[in-house]
Design a protein around this ligand. Structure first.
Ligand SMILES: NC(=O)c1ccc[n+]([C@@H]2O[C@H](COP(=O)([O-])OP(=O)(O)OC[C@H]3O[C@@H](n4cnc5c(N)ncnc54)[C@H](O)[C@@H]3O)[C@@H](O)[C@H]2O)c1
Length: 289
């Protein structure tokens, strides 16, 4: 995931803007193309927030991976699996890049498909997060699977040194004054118009980062603040720019760092490229096309 953000920042990988096909309030479809590493990719994926109540997943769809030299379709991948892996990897990459080096407590808030994967990814990196979800069954299932602890309250989880928020984004988690100096939060849930996990007033206190300004300023955590004129382009650095050294990450132990993730096709490409190259070694379930 780090390599993908770096290649994109250097202009080696490209990503035309994501297209939203909306059917609100039911949900939306997204067409997400990218090119890089010898492959072209298109993800056709949904976000239907009411689906869990129907026993259906919020996110479904397919990823098409093609050869960039002759256009052959090489693979079709399950979008939910690719999305969960790349979302979790971006949350952890941003935390590794922006959190204080002496951070000692981690939390994941929202233990659905993508939150659970983020918690797994933190554990794979040797960090056991506290977990929190409004749904007790979900938070307990993830804690049990990972040998993690359920936070006593939402506030306890949100006060950890490093927090990944992966909720539907229709309810603000960090109200005004809630962020502590030195904290880092990877804000993964608010990936579309009208969603936010942090109160607007808190954004102006924090050092802000995003995955891609074009996407984040139009449909993410920062979009409402950009519309209100509270946040401007020069207030926000892209993660890739920090990774390539063209922008500064955290400046002091007291900075509150916030990473606004809207989810990029280059992240899907990073996962799909590795899955295709190593499908034997990774023992993936495959069907010949
Ligand atoms: N940034 C990205 O790249 C990216 C990628 C995929 C999904 N998302 C977004 O992340 C969000 C979660 O997606 P998902 O597929 O995991 O959904 P999901 O429905 O599987 O999980 C959401 C979880 O959040 C919990 N929740 C709801 N309100 C909460 C609150 N106030 N506090 C704590 N927990 C709360 C729910 O009980 C549920 O377990 C969605 O908004 C989705 O659009 C972002």
């Amino acid at each position: 995931m780090r390599d993908a953000f770096v290649a994109f920042a250097r202009g080696e990988w490209s990503m035309p803007p994501k297209v939203y096909v909306t059917n609100y309030p039911a949900g939306d479809f997204r067409a997400m193309p990218a090119l890089g590493g010898g492959h072209a990719l298109l993800k056709w994926v949904t976000s239907f927030p009411g689906n869990p109540a129907r026993g259906l997943p919020t996110v479904t769809g397919l990823v098409l991976l093609s050869d960039a030299e002759d256009g052959r379709l090489l693979a079709v991948l399950d979008a939910s699996a690719v999305t969960a892996l790349r979302t979790a990897a971006a949350a952890v990459l941003a935390a590794d890049t922006l959190a204080r080096e002496d951070a000692s407590s981690w939390a994941v808030v929202g233990c659905g498909v993508n939150g659970a994967e983020t918690a797994r990814m933190l554990v794979a990196r040797g960090r056991t997060p506290q977990v929190w979800d409004v749904d007790a069954t979900r938070r307990e299932a993830v804690a049990e699977e990972l040998g993690a602890e359920v936070a006593a309250t939402a506030e306890e989880a949100l006060a950890c040194d490093v927090v990944a928020t992966v909720t539907p984004g229709y309810e603000v988690l960090y109200v005004e004054g809630a962020l502590r100096p030195g904290q880092h939060a990877s804000l993964m849930g608010a990936d579309g118009p009208g969603k936010a996990e942090v109160a607007l007033a808190e954004l102006s206190r924090a050092r802000l980062f995003c995955d891609d300004w074009e996407q984040a300023s139009h449909g993410g955590e920062l979009a409402a603040a950009v519309d209100a004129g509270v946040v401007k382009r020069e207030d926000v650095r892209e993660l890739g720019a920090v990774l390539t050294g063209t922008a500064k990450g955290r400046r002091s132990d007291d900075d509150v760092t916030l990473f606004d993730s809207t989810g990029l096709a280059i992240q899907d490409l990073a996962i799909a490229n590795v899955a295709y190259a190593k499908h034997d070694e990774l023992d993936l379930q495959t069907i010949d096309l």
